[in-house]
Design a protein around this ligand. Structure first.
Ligand code: FAD
Length: 456
């Protein structure tokens, strides 16, 4: 009889957990997966996927403006939020089903339950009121993260929405405040603005998108304002209350602000409640994340953790790459440490941001001597219709080696562009090699291989 019920038990059927479970089951191992919600995790159920559909829906009015600029006699009709929401949820349900059937096809057992530890090899699975215990040789924690609401602000817990709620809104409000300055805040600001909601973004810091290149932050701020979004920085609500359909925000500057709904995008926390980590030798860090080494191994050698619960780089493709490295390390005796350097990423703000590598501030902080090549231009499609929006591109080049160490784009399709520019940055190609690549004309991306002048 086998020593354990499972060779591998995975807690969480999200982006990382499902990939690890499928790969392990394909190796012929006995794999169990606990999931307390539907399979798919944040990305499929309440993150990347339904958000991107909302981005598409919200871009339609500006596409109609373009259409008119190109001579089409079209008017923007009404947006049916209920129809969109139902369709979006149906698509999410379809994709969640695919996650479930992919697990089944690989031979992994999906168990709808909450999982917590009893000891280093034993898990307690709870479903409804019933509990049972299972044992596993290797355990992978892939429980993701959850939106965090600031506890110090009275009224927030009762009246504020989180990104989770945005996909389920009963009605679209006329006005909305979004509190936060990170990528989720700016993405929802663009979405709601595009859907016709009067949006105010409130951020307590000086500039939105902390951690991004400073010029990118300034450019996006200007573009968001151009599209009609009000951005208030240095402002933090200290209390919220409602009066009828209105929500009143009491601000740290003594003023009050009346709006319809308030969404908080002020941060996410690793999801570890109910895991009973106390029974193990695992202590979460100050952010609530499970500490792991470069191989995603926790303080207990046969227990690993990947994805958002480790709070390294909280993105779907990263959780997936960490899962692949975990399988190599823990199950194939081939230690692989996923390299978190130069991860290209997009922010689906309007316009989009695509970024990879070091920001100028990062380069400065590392003491790197660098040159900056940058350009700001009106894309031809916008120029044709008389629009004011501009695309911004910036390359940061290490002076001594000529290697492009950072690429930052704000403009239409920059998410698509940065996937490819990411290859060149990851491969540490030089500016001369970028420039030796023939331009694709007429595109916006061609600027990336034709910027000649250093910024002085
Ligand atoms: P998750 O996908 O969150 O999966 C964790 C799973 O574990 C969940 O299904 C949960 O129900 C389950 N679980 C938790 N605890 C237990 C337990 N004790 N027992 C059983 N089950 C449990 N990333 C991108 O790359 N691009 C984007 O455009 C993007 N947009 C985003 C937009 C929003 C609004 C949000 C919130 C996130 C977005 N992300 C995006 C981030 C991305 O969704 C996450 O990085 C990714 O889903 C993390 O995967 P994971 O496997 O770590 O966890």
């Amino acid at each position: 009889m086998a020593e354990y019920d499972y060779d591998l038990f995975v807690i969480g059927a999200g982006s990382g957990g499902v990939r690890a479970a499928r790969l392990a089951a394909n190796m012929g191992l006995k794999v169990g997966v606990a999931e307390e919600d539907r399979p798919g995790g944040t990305c499929v159920l309440r993150g990347c996927v339904p958000k991107k559909f909302m981005v598409y829906a919200s871009e339609v009015p500006s596409n109609i403006d373009y259409a008119r600029g190109f001579g089409w006699d079209v008017q923007l009709g009404d947006f049916n939020w209920h129809q969109f929401k139902t369709h979006n949820q149906a698509e999410v349900t379809r994709l969640s089903g695919i996650y479930g059937s992919n697990l089944a096809r690989a031979g992994a057992e999906l168990i709808p339950c909450h999982a917590g530890f009893k000891d280093e090899h034993t898990l307690i699975l709870t479903q409804g009121g019933a509990t049972r215990e299972v044992t596993a040789k290797t355990i992978l924690i892939a429980t993701g993260g959850w939106p965090f609401l600031p506890q110090h602000c009275p009224g927030v817990l009762e009246h504020a929405l989180t990104s989770n709620d945005m996909f389920e809104l009963p009605e679209l409000p006329k006005k909305m405040v979004i509190v936060g300055g990170g990528y989720i805040a700016v993405e929802f600001a663009g979405i709601m603005n595009g859907l016709g909601v009067e949006v105010t973004l409130m951020y307590r810091g000086e500039k939105i998108l902390r951690g991004f290149d400073s010029d990118v932050r300034d450019h996006l701020t200007a573009e968001m304002k151009l599209r009609g979004i009000t951005i208030l920085t240095g402002v933090d609500p200290i209390k919220l209350h409602t009066e009828g359909d209105d929500t009143i925000l009491h601000l740290n500057n003594g003023e009050t602000f009346t709006t319809g709904k308030v969404m908080y995008a002020s941060g996410r926390k690793p999801k570890t409640e109910g895991l009973n980590l106390d029974v193990l030798d695992i202590k979460v860090d100050v952010h609530g994340a499970i500490p792991v080494d470069a191989f995603s191994r926790t303080a207990v050698p046969h227990i690993f953790a990947i994805g958002d619960v480790t709070n390294r780089v909280n993105l779907t493709p990263v959780a997936i790459r960490e899962a692949v490295a975990f399988v190599e390390t823990a199950l194939k005796d081939n230690p692989v440490a996923y390299d978190h350097g130069n991860i290209p990423t997009a922010v689906f703000s309007q316009p989009e941001i695509g970024t990879v590598g070091l920001s100028e501030d990062d380069a400065k902080a590392k003491g790197i001597v660098y040159d900056v090549y940058q350009t700001r231009f009106r894309p031809m499609k916008t120029a044709f219709v008389g629009g004011e929006s501009r695309t911004f591109m910036k390359l940061i080049v290490e002076a001594e080696s000529d290697i492009v160490i950072g690429c930052h784009i704000v403009g239409n399709d920059s998410g698509e562009m940065i996937q490819l520019a990411g290859i060149a940055v990851k491969a540490r190609l030089t500016k001369a090699q970028w420039d030796a690549t023939c331009a694709v004309h007429p595109t916006a991306a061609e600027e990336l291989v034709t910027i000649k002048d250093k910024r002085l």
